[in-house]
Design a protein around this ligand. Structure first.
Ligand code: G4P
Length: 295
């Protein structure tokens, strides 16, 4: 993942975003941290905690339609144990979206009471939505504002200007000012981001990536790989990722002239199928292994 770090990780961007977020903090009441429910640990920017300082916060586990629901429950419990409210939702079907505003009001209950005591009943609640590229910020804001004002981009890392959106009477959302890059220092974090498609495939060796993914799935979710590609566990128990990829290509009849296996095609098939949920609802960051998550 050296290539990931050198191409995608620009400390300068992070400094700019840090300054932008800090300059907006005085305008907002709370921060909604969007994480990908499949990788709550890897989609979390570790600098965020210090950037947002002690602003009230809550975690939004988005894309829970693609995550293992047992793990999602464990993640919510883990965050709550750390004193952080968390809600799970998905912007594809809209499931769980109704819990967002009540949860924010819950987090801000003391402040809301204090405002009311000062005669500021119905004061607008302002929430900043933050998250790494591709986590679903635009989709979330679109869904919540029920209008198509936030542009949904499919390219990770598209810079957007500061934008406010009204999502209900007395409730505004501010889109992330700047681009909050994930940390690629950890090889496994970089790989997981690549598996789910949060890193542009053009800069990656997809055969290597798909091979690593197959190895990871073989070690952690063997039944998914075996069922999807009609492979017996004995066939892949002791082989490397690239060999598993070749086997997948062979099983799917992906051959090029001369009988050679088209591993490039097999790689994009594996990545597409994994990202499309064909291998099942899979959470790559297990809550029980990530108790050091800091937000
Ligand atoms: P961003 O602003 O944080 O960068 O993310 P954005 O909303 O652009 O979403 C990135 C991709 O994730 C989009 O897919 C979007 O449809 C998808 N997405 C967002 N929320 C959810 C969710 O809860 N569940 C699922 N399954 N997908 C979600 P795309 O393929 O890039 O675009 P498109 O196919 O929607 O056009």
């Amino acid at each position: 993942m050296e290539e990931l770090r050198s191409i995608q990780w620009f400390p300068g961007h992070m400094t700019k975003t840090k300054r932008k977020i800090e300059s907006q903090l005085k305008l907002i009441d709370a921060v909604a941290i969007l994480l990908d429910a499949r990788i709550p640990y890897s989609s979390c920017n570790p600098d965020l905690r210090s950037i947002i300082n002690n602003k009230p916060r809550l975690v939004v586990l988005n894309k829970c339609d693609m995550a293992d629901s047992t793990q999602t429950k464990k993640w919510i419990k883990l965050f709550r144990e750390k004193g952080i409210s968390a809600v799970a939702l998905d912007c594809k079907t809209g499931r769980g979206l109704n819990n967002f505003i009540p949860e924010v009001k819950n987090v801000l209950a003391d402040r809301i009471s204090a405002w009311e005591a000062k005669g500021m009943k119905g004061r607008t609640i302002k929430v900043m939505v933050v998250g790494i590229p591709n986590v679903g910020k635009s989709s979330f804001i679109n869904r919540m504002s029920k209008q198509n004002r936030a542009k949904v981009e499919d390219r990770p890392g598209v810079t957007r200007g500061n934008q406010w959106f009204t999502i209900g009477k007395g409730f505004d959302l501010l889109d992330t000012p700047g681009v909050l890059w994930p940390k690629f220092d950890d090889k496994l974090v970089g790989e997981k981001l690549a598996y789910i498609g949060s890193v542009k495939d053009e800069i990656l060796d997809t055969e290597h990536l798909a091979g690593r993914l197959l190895e990871y799935l073989r070690d952690n979710f063997p039944e998914s790989v075996c069922a999807r590609y009609k492979i017996d566990m004995n066939e892949i128990a002791d082989i490397e990722g690239y060999d598993i990829l070749e086997l997948v290509g062979k099983k799917r009849g992906m051959l090029i002239s001369g009988g050679e296996i088209n591993t490039e095609r097999a790689a994009s098939t594996v990545l597409d199928e994994f990202r499309g949920g064909a291998l099942g609802k899979i959470t790559l960051d297990k809550a029980e292994e990530c108790s050091d998550v800091r937000i």
